[in-house]
Design a binder for this molecule. Sequence first.
Ligand code: ZN
Length: 550
Amino acid sequence: MKKIIFSFLICTFLLCQENRPHGSQYKLPELTPNNLLMGYLNENRSSYRVSFYDINIDFDLENKSINGFVTIKAESLNDLRKLQIDLAENLNISRISYKDIDLDFSREYDAVLIDFPDDIKKGAIFEFTVFYNGIPQDADNPPWAGGFTWSKDKEERDWIAVSCEGEGARIWWPNKDHITAEGDSVKMSYTVPNSMVAVGNGKLTNVFSDNDKTTYEWFVRNPINNYNISVQIGNYVAVQDTFIKNGDVHIMDHYVLDYNSELASNYFPQSKEIIRFYEKYFGDYQWYDDGYKLVEVPYLGMEHQSAVTYGNGFSIYNGVRSDSWPMYGVIDPLIIHETGHEWFGNSVTASDPTHIWIHEGLQVYSEAIYFEDKFNSYEVGVHYLNSIKNRIVNKIPIVGNENENHWALHGDTYMKGAWVMHTLRNVINDDKIWFEILKEFMIENAKGFANTRDFFDKVNEKTQMDYWYFAEQYFYTPHQPILEYYQTNSEFFYKWKDVNENFTMPLDLLVNGAKKRIFPMKEYQSISINKHSQIEVMDWNFYVGQIEKK
Ligand SMILES: [Zn+2]
């Protein structure tokens, strides 16, 4: 039975990779007019920055509809009279108000162009409110193909959650839907039937009832990606835990369905070990003032900042990605993956979604480091990486074009991204420097944005070498470098094949069991060897292909 469930999960994963709206494994997405409107910071978007979102939504569970208003507080970065916000075109806008007047607006795909009656001067702080309603899109296959999941719990009671990475928060509330447009803080007021509890991000600040409805107010004190803002509605209870750091006691209030509270109270404390691991290697958790909680959901899970969602069945044997996870049986793969995103993605956010390997590739790589640390064994980390290696397809580059709303959430971003990091560690060949690179990159960009160039600037600074050639090959082409080689009685000949002109990556061989570093180029070179030498490419340390020329 376990095996059947497990293969189902794997299939789901593979299937989902193809179903992502922006994440095919085999071809880059087309640049549609809507993706240009969403992906590019045109003049109607770059002219202002959002400082605060006040989100108010009343949920009609029976009709699967929402009715709400969002006040957007912003600062003008130049004189402006028009600006763009974003809301899925299937949702209706009843009016947009500003200083007691209703503003004119027009809609183009998911963009909403708002006209103000007078110039808003550069540096002004202003706010406007969007009143809207409608039936938000269903999630086809959450979290990979997102939207709302309207589900029932085991007792046939309503259980609802939203996930929208890639689709964008605009599928359920109006916002400036670009990955770099994080509000400095966000208030969420969710109104639900009295019998239900609505859980958002950050901390619960207020609960009040009016007739048959109850409103839950949540507040996030930190910058947060729009797609991380979430709502979960169910028959939840809070499961309290504490996290002690440097003598400070931090409260953790996990939210689970009432019948799972005992199970969760014994199971969720593992998240503290995960937080300690990430703090050791990648710097402090950034959201202590917003807390940390796990929220049970009717789909696998998602990295919703300070409200990580969980739906992996309370079992460290429920693998989500590969058979290496249940094999080790030491940690819930979903909790470590989504909690790790508090660092990779939530704290350090890609400056364009095409660089999203900074979220996913680094995240999967960090899981290998977790196993290496946990078992104090480099080999276990390599074993983990080997178990995901055959998922790599090398059809499209990990990094595509910027400004095109290309959420590069395909399999190579995860698996190859992790292998590229593992390879880079072995190329640099100095673990002290390597772990300093990772930690400094995360600390220096905490609560900020970074792209592939930024990561390699850190690599180059720390190594005093120029590794951009490495990035160009592994991130900007789909091609895996291939070592072509042959052997005579006295020499081993080798060269790189399928590589960029400037690709000069060193590579380690085992020659009769002894490590030997070579520096292949595009033309053949050779090293002297003894007759009948046994030579092995160390492809457990380097992501390279091999062709033996007969
Ligand atoms: Zn992820």
